[in-house]
Design a protein. Structure first.
Length: 326
């Protein structure tokens, strides 16, 4: 391992467009995708979870579409994998919010079926799905533009005629907390179809407001992304020599059980942690929920991974509570 001079390489776009209903999210993403695709000379595709809303614009845009029948994280990921396999280099997801809705509904079901009715550890079982979705977004081998619905509220403002009138404004996007960190570009749409660029890793559009961003905006983004140094593909890691020792199934099983016991002890240490004042940081109900998750985890590699994910979730939650208690 050695440090070397940093250089900007060619990148794939990760763009999120969010806003209230009627703000123009679908139209904006289609126009951006069209600009990039035409510049590249390739077709683009759409994953549609919005009741075929994208197809309503098929007379203006030429694209392929998959209309999601089941709006689950697994189906989103499967559709993204199919798009990658088909060779699409520009992909739109309209919208990503249905995946989040699946997870929140699952948390509600788990919480209601638990004795404590505490949702904190319910997220420990659901968060891995969100992580898989984020990983699929980051690893898609092409430019990816997604829409997200915004939580909305009505406010009283001044209309064009000078009279006061109700106006719908968007708040936070309906997706997981921290999802904004995963994107290079965040575009917040208003009811007047203007786009406020709230995050921009290109540095060209940060804090600007663009009226009805379209194909030209997509072209500008592509030109910046493509102007970096071409990526070098690393040499494949050499395979171990054939004479290397291979673990038997019994040895693998024993190793899994050893790791399982170690993680169980680490989880026990986390949930029994005390604040500096000596106050328990996890409730008895939460400790019981953790015990139930451990109990239901299978004694195989998949179960081991579930325990690792539980430990990671609890560790993050412990850190948050320690800071709050300090």
């Amino acid at each position: 391992m050695a440090f070397k001079k940093a250089e900007r390489t060619q990148l794939y776009l990760r763009c999120a467009v969010f806003g209230p209903s009627g703000s123009g999210k679908t139209m904006t993403t289609l126009r951006i995708a069209k600009g990039i695709a035409e510049k590249m000379g390739v077709p683009f595709a759409v994953i549609d979870s919005e009741a075929r809303s994208a197809s309503k614009y098929s007379d203006r845009f030429n694209f392929d579409v998959e209309n999601l029948k089941e709006k689950t994280v697994d189906h989103y990921i499967a559709s993204m994998n199919e798009a990658a396999k088909a060779g699409y280099k520009v992909l739109v997801i309209d919208s990503l919010s249905h995946a989040w809705r699946e997870l929140t509904e699952e948390v509600d079901r788990i919480t209601q079926s638990s004795q404590s009715k505490n949702s904190v550890l319910s997220w420990a079982k659901v968060n891995p799905k969100q992580k898989r979705l984020v990983d699929a977004i980051l690893n898609f081998p092409g430019h990816l533009i997604v829409t997200m619905r915004s939580k909305t509220e009505w406010v009283i403002g001044e209309g064009k005629d000078g009279k006061t009138s109700p106006k719908m404004v968007g708040l936070a996007p309906e997706q997981g907390k921290g999802i904004e960190y995963e994107f290079d570009l965040l575009v917040e749409m208003s009811q007047s179809h203007c786009a406020a660029i709230t995050k921009d890793r290109t540095g060209k559009f940060q804090d600007t407001v663009i009226e009805k961003p379209g194909e030209d905006f997509g072209v500008s983004l592509y030109e910046w992304l493509d102007s970096g140094v071409p990526l070098k593909i690393d040499e494949p890691v050499s395979k171990p020599a054939k004479s290397a020792a291979v673990k038997t199934k019994n040895e693998d099983d024993a190793d899994v059980q050893t790791q399982r016991e170690k993680i169980k002890q680490e989880i026990a240490g986390i949930v029994t942690a005390l604040s500096e004042s000596g106050k328990a940081l996890f409730t008895e109900d939460e400790k019981e929920q953790a015990r139930q998750i451990i109990k239901t985890a299978k004694s195989d590699t998949k179960g081991l991974q579930e325990l690792k994910e539980l430990k990671g979730f609890l560790f993050d939650e412990l850190s948050r509570r320690e800071k709050k208690a300090a």
